[in-house]
Design a protein around this ligand. Structure first.
Ligand code: GAL
Length: 734
C-alpha cells in the first residue's frame, strides 16, 4: 500500500551554496513553505532574493519500504532545484511553478540516516520561463510550496482524471482515466475498482464499477485505461452558488486481489463552455466578472502557507464579489485552487511567461509546463480554461500550434485560451483571450471573446492618492464592466488586478510595487474594490461604500460642492449632512446602463464655509426598508487604532500564519488614508511577526503576518501609536 508523509518539517537552510560536508551549524532550522529571504514589502531590490541557497534535511524512514519505491514530491521550488540524496545528484529541475517528483529509492539508506540536499537557484535564469527579457512581476526564491514523501508499490496509480460527461442530459456519465505505472521488471495483472460519492459523505456511495476492471501492465511501462461509469443516480451540479464537490477513490488490486494502491481525487459535475455569444456554465449564460491574481505576498514573496492561499480565494469571492480569477501568469498554489473549488470561484489558469519567447529548449519547457499544469489540475471543477500562450507574446505559429494540440489531447473537456495584446493576432485557441488597454472594450474580431486584462498601468492608484484619483480608479473599473455587459460576444472581463504586487525597476512606482490592485499588497481595499463588491446581489449582503473622504480641500480648485460617489447594491440611498436631509439618490443608470448596480452619484450636497462642516450619512434602502448605512466624520481627526486577525486560531506547526491588519480610523470606523503614523507591534506568546514591527502606515492601514512556532498557547499582538489608545488581538496556537 501507499504511505504518504508530509515533508515540510525539519529542514535546515543556508543562504549560500554549500557542500554536503558543511556542518549543520552553518544552517538555520526552517519549515517549508520557505522564502529564501524575508524582505520589506517594498523598497528592496530583486537582487536581494536572486541567489543560490542550500536546503538540507536529515531523515530516516519511519516505515520499512518492503519493496516499495520512495517518491519525493516538490510542489514548487523557485526557480531551479538540484536535489541530492546521500551524495547522488539528480538532474536539475528547471521552473518554479510546476511540481516534480524524484524516485529516490535507489539512493536511500533504508535502515539508517539519510541526507537530502536541495540546491536552489533563485536567479533569473534566462533559460527558464518567464525569464529572458523584462518581466512585470517578481518570482522570489526558495522551496516555497509543500514537499511530500510517498512510498508506492512498484505498480501504482500515477494519475486519475475524472471527466464528467453529458452532465446536462438525463444520462450523465463519468469517464475516468487512470494512469498506471509499472516500474518493476515483472509483467503485472492488476485490477481497478472505482467508487465515488458526495465529498461530505464518508463513503463513496453514489456509484462504483460493478466488477473489477482487469489490466495487464508490461514491465517498465505506463498505461492509461479509461473506465466509464454509467447509470449514475441524480447528480448535483457544481455551481458558484452551490459548489457541490464529489470524491472518487480508485483502488488498484494485485494478482491476489489485495489492494496495492489507492488514490482519492476531488471533482465536480459541471459543464463550462465559451460560445460565440458568451460563456455558459451548466447551460446558462454567465457574465464573467473577474480580476487577475499574482501569488505575491508582502514580506514572504511567494512562500505563503495553505491558509493564506485559501484566504486569497475567499477575499476574491467575499470581499470583491468576482466570479472568476485569472492565475496571472503561471499555475498557482494547489491550496488556492482547492479553495476555488470549494467556494465556487471560476479560474482561468495559464502557463508561466511574460511577453518573451526563448529558444528551442526554453520552448520545450513551456510545453512541459502545459503538460505539468494540466496533469496537476485537470480535476478542479473551478478551472474552465487553459491559457496556453506566453502572456502577451508575439505570434509563434509553430509553438502555439503545439501548445494547443497538447492541451486538447491532455484534456478534451476544456477549451484553450492564450492571452494576446494586439489585434490581428493569430487565433489558434478556442477562446480569443485579449488584454484590452483601450480604456474601453474593442469590438471582438473573433468569438468567443474574453477580456483578460484592462486598466492596470493605464491608471495606477495608491491607497493614499488623493480622493479624486481613487474615485476615478474605481469608476474606470465600473465603466469597463458596464461596457463588457453591454456588448454581445464578450464573455466577460477580468481586470488588472486584484492586489498590488512587487515588480522590477522597469515597472511600478520605483519602490518595487505596481499599484494596479483594487486592493493594496496587504489585500486591504481601495475604493475600486467596492466597484466589484457592489455588483453582488443584495440578498447575499447589502453593500454600501461612500467613495469619498468628505474633505473638500482634497479636490482640485477647492470645491464647495462635492461630487460624492456611493458604491452600493441598494435600490436607492438617502443622504444627510449633519441632520439635514439632502434627498434620495438613485443608481446612475445613464452612465452605467448595463451594470446590475450602478454607483450612485450624490449631487448638490451643500457645503457652506459659513456653517460648521458636518458629517455625511448615507442610508441604503432595499424594497423601501433601510438596510445599511455609513457615516463619514467631517472632523478628519484620528479617533481609533484598530487591529484584527483573520483567524482566531492557527496551527502550531512552525509555518501557519494569519494576517494581522491594523488601521487608523475616524470615530465611525472609516480608514483615514492620510493617517501616516508609526505603529509599533509587540507579540506576547509563542509566535512571531513576519514583516515590520515598526510600521509606518500608508493609506491609513497596513498588515503583517503572525507566524506560529512549534509551541501551543496564545499570542497577543499589541499595537501602539502615538496619541491613540493601543489595541490588541489574540490568536490561539493549536
Ligand atoms: C499587462 C501585463 C500584466 C501587467 C499589466 C499592467 O500588459 O500582461 O502582467 O504588466 O500589463 O497593466
Amino acid at each position: 500500500m501507499r504511505s504518504t508523509f508530509p515533508f515540510n518539517q525539519g529542514w535546515l537552510y543556508c543562504a549560500q551554496q554549500v557542500a554536503d560536508s558543511a556542518p549543520d551549524s552553518s544552517f538555520v532550522a526552517v519549515t517549508v513553505p520557505h522564502a529564501n529571504v524575508i524582505l520589506p514589502y517594498h523598497n528592496f531590490d530583486d537582487e536581494e532574493y536572486q541567489f543560490v541557497s542550500t536546503y538540507r534535511k536529515h531523515f530516516t524512514l519511519t516505515e520499512p519500504l518492503n519493496g516499495r519505491r520512495a517518491h519525493l514530491e516538490f510542489e514548487g521550488v523557485m526557480t531551479a532545484a538540484t536535489v541530492r540524496v546521500n551524495g547522488h545528484t539528480f538532474p536539475e529541475h528547471r521552473g518554479g511553478f510546476v511540481p516534480f517528483t524524484l524516485d529516490i529509492t535507489d539512493y536511500l539508506n533504508e535502515s539508517g540516516d539519510n541526507l537530502l540536499t536541495v540546491v536552489v537557484d533563485s536567479t533569473e535564469r534566462k533559460d527558464i520561463p518567464p525569464f529572458g527579457h523584462t518581466v512585470d512581476y517578481l518570482v522570489f526564491g526558495g522551496i516555497y510550496r509543500d514537499v511530500t514523501l510517498k512510498l508506492v508499490e512498484t505498480a501504482y496509480i500515477d494519475n486519475v482524471f475524472v471527466k464528467p460527461r453529458d452532465v446536462l442530459t438525463g444520462a450523465p456519465y463519468l469517464e475516468v482515466d487512470v494512469t498506471l505505472r509499472n516500474v518493476g521488471a515483472q509483467k503485472r495483472d492488476l485490477s481497478i475498482y472505482v467508487a465515488y460519492g458526495r465529498e461530505e459523505r464518508a463513503e463513496q456511495s453514489d456509484g462504483w464499477t460493478p466488477s473489477p476492471y482487469a489490466v495487464s501492465l508490461e514491465p517498465e511501462s505506463t498505461q492509461t485505461v479509461t473506465i466509464t461509469l454509467r447509470d449514475l443516480p441524480p447528480v448535483e451540479l457544481w455551481t458558484p452558488v452551490h459548489p457541490q464537490l464529489y470524491r472518487m477513490v480508485v483502488h488498484l488490486s494485485n494478482e491476489q486481489r489485495a489492494t496495492q494502491d489507492r488514490k482519492w481525487v476531488r471533482f465536480g459535475f459541471r459543464e463550462a463552455r465559451f460560445k460565440d455569444d458568451g460563456f455558459y456554465l451548466n447551460g446558462e449564460r454567465m457574465q464573467l466578472v473577474g480580476l487577475n491574481r499574482h501569488q505575491n505576498f508582502p514580506f514572504i514573496g511567494a512562500a505563503a502557507p495553505a491558509r493564506l492561499q485559501r484566504k486569497d480565494a475567499d477575499i476574491l469571492k467575499d470581499e470583491l464579489g468576482v466570479n472568476i480569477v485569472r492565475t496571472s501568469h503561471y499555475p498557482q498554489s494547489p491550496h488556492f485552487l482547492d479553495r476555488c473549488d470549494e467556494i465556487g470561484l471560476l479560474v482561468f489558469e495559464e502557463i508561466p511567461g511574460w511577453q518573451h519567447i526563448g529558444d528551442e529548449d526554453w520552448q520545450a519547457l513551456a510545453l512541459r509546463d502545459v503538460r505539468a499544469m494540466i496533469e496537476r489540475d485537470h480535476n478542479h471543477p473551478s478551472i474552465i480554461l487553459w491559457g496556453v500562450r506566453i502572456n502577451e507574446s508575439w505570434d509563434n505559429t509553430q509553438l502555439y500550434t503545439q501548445t494547443n494540440a497538447l492541451a486538447r489531447s491532455l484534456d478534451p473537456t476544456r477549451q484553450t485560451g492564450g492571452v494576446r495584446f494586439f489585434l490581428g493576432s493569430e487565433f489558434l485557441e478556442d477562446v480569443y483571450t485579449f488584454n484590452d488597454f483601450s480604456n474601453s472594450i474593442v469590438e471582438p474580431e473573433h468569438t468567443p471573446h474574453l477580456v483578460t486584462e484592462y486598466n492596470g498601468h493605464m491608471f495606477p492608484t495608491k491607497s493614499w492618492d488623493h480622493d479624486a484619483r481613487r474615485v476615478e480608479h474605481a469608476l474606470r473599473h465600473a465603466r469597463i464592466q458596464d461596457r463588457a455587459r453591454g456588448m454581445g460576444g464578450v464573455s466577460g472581463a477580468i481586470g488588472w488586478c486584484a492586489f498590488d504586487y512587487n515588480t522590477h525597476r522597469e515597472f511600478g512606482a520605483g519602490d518595487r510595487i505596481c499599484y494596479h490592485g483594487v486592493m493594496d499588497i496587504f489585500r486591504l481595499p481601495k475604493y475600486a474594490a467596492y466597484a466589484y463588491l457592489s455588483q453582488t446581489p443584495p440578498q447575499n449582503k447589502p453593500v454600501l461604500q461612500i467613495a469619498s473622504g468628505w474633505k473638500a480641500g482634497d479636490y482640485d480648485e477647492g470645491r464647495t460642492i462635492l461630487p460624492v460617489r456611493v458604491f452600493t447594491n441598494c435600490d436607492y440611498v438617502e443622504a444627510y449632512v449633519g441632520d439635514v436631509p439632502q434627498g434620495k439618490f438613485y443608481p446612475d443608470r445613464q452612465q452605467f446602463p448595463n451594470l446590475p448596480h450602478p454607483p450612485v452619484l450624490l449631487t448638490d450636497l451643500e457645503i457652506s464655509l459659513a456653517q460648521p462642516w458636518n458629517d455625511l450619512r448615507v442610508v441604503g434602502y432595499l424594497d423601501g426598508k433601510a438596510v445599511i448605512e455609513q457615516s463619514v466624520a467631517a472632523d478628519g481627526v484620528p479617533a481609533r487604532l484598530e487591529i484584527t486577525a483573520d483567524d482566531a486560531a492557527i496551527k502550531a506547526d512552525g509555518i501557519d500564519m494569519t494576517r494581522i491588519s491594523f488601521r487608523i480610523t475616524d470615530h465611525y470606523g472609516n480608514v483615514l488614508p492620510y493617517a501616516i503614523a508609526m505603529i509599533t507591534l509587540e507579540v506576547d506568546g509563542p509566535a512571531d511577526i513576519l514583516g515590520e514591527t515598526s510600521f509606518p502606515l500608508v493609506g491609513g492601514q497596513g498588515a503583517v503576518y503572525l507566524k506560529s512556532r512549534h509551541t501551543q498557547g496564545d499570542a497577543v499582538v499589541l499595537a501602539t501609536t502615538p496619541r491613540l489608545h493601543s489595541a490588541s488581538v489574540r490568536v490561539a496556537l493549536e
